[in-house]
Design a protein around this ligand. Structure first.
Ligand SMILES: NC(=O)c1ccc[n+]([C@@H]2O[C@H](COP(=O)([O-])OP(=O)(O)OC[C@H]3O[C@@H](n4cnc5c(N)ncnc54)[C@H](OP(=O)(O)O)[C@@H]3O)[C@@H](O)[C@H]2O)c1
Length: 257
């Protein structure tokens, strides 16, 4: 099997950390990116000792609109050619649009959308030139309907899903894989970061980051366009497809309380 260099954003915790572990287990080299240096260093040590793979750490804040350019420069300075980009970093915010902090909401657009697109645009040409690797984007089941009380977050994930589907088709005649992982509620640092403790959506049950990452990893290996994690989330997404939009957004509103 071809050994790739895999850049995972948001590798310091949750789903990103588990995805990094799965790629390392298969013998791929890792570049671990997030703000949390200590967690990245600990993971790098773990992956090197357990799987004997080359692992590098890249500390970056994706709220910074210049971050993708600095990351690309840093990668070429280290002579690293990224074959697989895992755009996993992201966060949500619970609350009405008019009440949430303006800058944090703009930061969310930057991290969840702009940085993801910019990194992809910078790294995709190299993948196409080498005709190997690809992009695994992490969206959410939030992508499938509007989300009152989390309006921006749901909209960012709808963007990621649409963008990824389109990219999948654009590279269709190459060896590249492009997949979108759509997790439902998952036990990670996301809940606290979004202020979602005690919210109805999570009371319905949440998956582990390991299980979710496994779904995304397998989907990427098989070049599946969209992978929804878990039977319940898949069933709800299919049900939502056949329901009027005003119904699905009302349900989302009720669950985001
Ligand atoms: N958990 C869920 O219920 C759920 C459901 C659907 C989709 N998702 C999606 O899954 C992805 C991973 O989230 P998670 O659940 O694993 O949550 P998490 O444990 O909070 O992980 C989020 C990761 O993103 C990184 N990150 C956040 N802001 C960043 C920034 N400004 N610059 C660089 N890195 C940043 C964090 O690292 P640092 O803080 O160290 O920078 C962390 O590694 C996200 O895109 C999320 O939207 C999660």
């Amino acid at each position: 099997m071809v050994k790739h260099t895999v850049l995972v954003t948001g590798a310091s915790s949750g789903i990103g950390m588990e995805l990094a572990r799965l790629f390392a287990k298969e013998g791929h080299s890792l570049v671990l990116l997030a703000r949390g240096r200590r967690a990245l260093d600990a993971l790098a040590h773990e992956l090197q000792t357990q799987h004997n793979v080359s692992t590098q750490v890249l500390e970056a804040d994706l709220c910074d609109r210049l971050a993708p350019i600095k990351i690309a420069q840093e990668l070429s300075g280290r002579n690293l050619h990224v074959d697989v980009l895992v755009n996993n970093a992201g966060f949500g915010l619970l609350g009405p649009h008019a009440e949430l902090d303006t800058q944090r909401q703009l930061d969310m657009l930057q991290v969840n959308i702009v940085a993801l697109v910019h990194l992809t645009r910078l790294l995709l040409p190299g993948m196409l030139a080498r005709n190997t690797g690809g992009v695994l984007n992490v969206a959410s089941t939030a992508a499938f309907q509007a989300g009152p009380n989390m309006a921006i977050y749901y909209a960012t994930k709808a963007f990621v899903l649409s963008y990824t589907e389109a990219l999948h088709e654009e590279v269709g005649k190459t060896q590249l894989h492009v997949s979108c992982l759509c997790p439902g509620p998952t036990h990670t640092g996301f809940v606290a970061a979004a202020g979602m403790e005690g919210v109805g959506l999570f009371k319905l049950g949440a998956q582990t980051a390991q299980d979710v990452a496994h779904v995304g990893f397998t989907a990427f290996q098989n070049n599946r366009t969209i992978a929804i994690s878990g039977f319940k989330n898949t069933a709800l997404a299919i049900l939502g497809k056949f329901s009027p939009r005003y119904v699905t957004r009302k349900i989302a509103q009720a669950l985001n309380r």
